[in-house]
Design a protein around this ligand. Structure first.
Ligand code: ZN
Length: 408
């Protein structure tokens, strides 16, 4: 934490302490909110999404209503949505950060930015748009769906940049391929929202669309997408640390992890007015990447997201994330990307069985041994590997559940 961040956090805390019946005035009633060091800061309690839900609709607002110019809302797939109020300055700050993302990807005012994320209560579409306009690009706010029109406009308007989720980018790539119009497409770059996506999918999208891909990070509770962005070096995501202060903690103990270790990302807003958040638990798993980036950007980096804390399991005392399992399987030649994990407790011991698919005719015993050894080296525990033929593991369109914990 540098001196400027410390001062900004103290400014935020001071302001929050003055909001009559405000969320943080109630939450921090019992603690000293003047901080002198990182140690003081780490004594402040975390903020959880559930707490924000309880403030529905506008309990977390930290400004008079006259200053609120817009609200956004999290999707609310699991119960009450969280409403985030924005002041005019918040909207401007978000656009400044987003413009920075586009500049990092090398966009100029001659780019035509095809925006497929949704508009409405979500922060997605409109965030991509205001940033593009601020840079002077031509924003094409088409939104999701209607693939025919989507591809036609991409051809007619000569879109150069695609903003999308990874799954929609893949769908578009496949449709463009199927229609045989690849030579009419002018895309050069793809900015993909920060959901977790595998390396294989990334390569397919990049190859089929013929674009260079970038990861953009963000969450509705903290502005929206655009608070961090990957660069040409493709080594993690630069976070705009003049707007957000990031910590990585052990999700069980709440203590900071050692530098470079994987943990849960916790974010504090430094300048937000409408709904500042202090030590907000993002439940995204990542780690800080040490050292300077070869691109020359001074902004610190987090690694590409490894998963969500809800996807993590602890086996034989070791935390295991879906991303690590995918890494191991990718390393072993002849193994496909589908897998399933069963965790059982037998005779006082945890047993982790890892099912994965191989092509018919493969020597399963050999490949199982390779997976076992690679898993032990990379993750640190012994698994029971089980090779099955391609197509034998269940598939679903949606993010399928791959880890089954049968111990409890
Ligand atoms: Zn960089």
């Amino acid at each position: 934490m540098n001196a400027q961040q410390l001062e900004l956090i103290n400014n935020q805390l001071e302001r929050l302490g003055k909001v009559e019946n405000g969320f943080y005035k109630r939450k921090f009633a019992d603690c000293n909110t003047r901080i002198k060091s990182i140690g003081d800061f780490q004594k402040l309690p975390f903020t959880e999404k559930d707490e924000l839900r309880h403030e529905y609709p506008l309990g977390i607002s930290a400004v008079p209503e006259s200053e609120i110019v817009r609200i956004h809302s999290s999707s609310g797939t699991t119960g009450t949505p969280v409403i985030i109020p924005y002041t005019a300055q918040d909207i401007t700050d978000w656009a400044i950060m987003f413009e920075r993302c586009y500049r990092m990807a090398g966009l100029t005012n001659m780019d035509r930015v095809h925006i497929t994320p949704g508009y409405g209560l979500w922060t997605a579409g409109i965030g991509f748009q205001t940033g593009a306009e601020r840079l002077g690009c031509m924003a094409i706010p088409i939104g999701p769906g209607n693939t025919d029109k989507q591809i036609q406009m991409m051809i007619d308007l000569k879109s150069t940049v695609l903003c999308s989720t990874s799954s929609y980018a893949l769908l578009l790539a496949e449709e463009i391929e199927a229609r045989g119009v690849k030579d009419k497409i002018h895309l050069k770059k793809g900015l993909i929202g920060s959901e977790r996506w595998g390396e294989k999918m990334r390569r397919r999208i990049a190859d089929e669309l013929g674009v260079r891909l970038y990861d953009i990070y963000g969450l509705t509770e903290i502005y929206g997408p655009g608070i961090g962005m990957s660069c040409d070096c493709e080594c993690g995501i630069h976070m705009w640390d003049d707007y957000v202060y990031c910590e990585i903690i052990d999700e069980r103990t709440g203590k900071p992890v050692k530098d470079g270790e994987i943990g849960e990302l916790v974010i504090t807003t430094l300048k937000k007015q409408g709904a500042p958040l202090i030590r907000y638990r993002a439940h995204d798993l990542t780690r800080f990447l040490p050292g300077d980036c070869a691109c020359g950007s001074p902004y610190p980096r987090i690694d590409t997201l490894i998963g969500r804390t809800d996807d993590m399991v602890k086996v034989k005392g070791v935390n295991i994330y879906p991303g690590q399992i995918e890494d191991v399987l990718r390393e072993v030649k002849g193994v496909s990307s589908e897998y399933q994990v069963m965790i059982d407790h037998l005779n006082g011991k945890d047993i982790m069985t890892l099912f994965f698919e191989v092509s018919e005719g493969t020597d399963k015993a050999v490949i199982e041994e390779l997976v076992k050894v690679t898993f032990k080296i990379k993750v640190g525990i012994i698994t029971v590997p089980k090779a099955v033929n391609i197509g034998e593991l269940p598939r679903s369109e949606k993010k399928s559940k791959r880890i089954f914990d049968n111990r409890y």
